[in-house]
Unconditional design. Sequence first.
Length: 208
Amino acid sequence: MKREESGDASHDYDHLVRVMALADAIQAREGGDLPTIWAAVAFHDIGQERERCRGGDHALIGAEMAADLLSHTVFPQQAIPAVQQAIREHRMTGGKIPTTLEGRVLYDADKIDCLGAIGIGRLFCITGRYNQKIYSSLPNDIVEPVDPLVVRQLRRRPDYSPAIEFQLLFGELPERMTTTTGKELALERYTYMKEFFQRLRQEVEGEL
């Protein structure tokens, strides 16, 4: 599993461990079948490397990989479809809300790991792959709102930066959480990120 998860520092094995801890915290307050949640978390990004190399949707790829792997274990076979459903529905794109409680726990935990101090580090990992600026403001030719799939293309621009990614993708994230616990955790972390990028802009522009 580490081999499948290690191709991207923003979606590496450490990300999986953090999401697992967040999912445990959310499940403790919101409920849901814990073994199903654990399995879904464990495999939710397993298709990332294949998506990068071959294209496709890592959520759909990962759901199929998870079923194949779990079918050769002592994991309850009747629960495998629920694991697959949670994995298929965990992506941020499309605005869809997971249809099961286990899927909502995974969805929230995965998105919360995009926020806070960890989220800042992950953003710099992502833009660092393209050797982009530490800070830049939103170019005039980019008009909000921007589809998350379009953002992937924007990342290749030399005038792109983590601050732009935060502005384009993160503003509505706390409200998009699907559980009460998820909303609380996400809002606290989002506020921290917002203050960080405000401070970064002030330092870059000589205000501080």
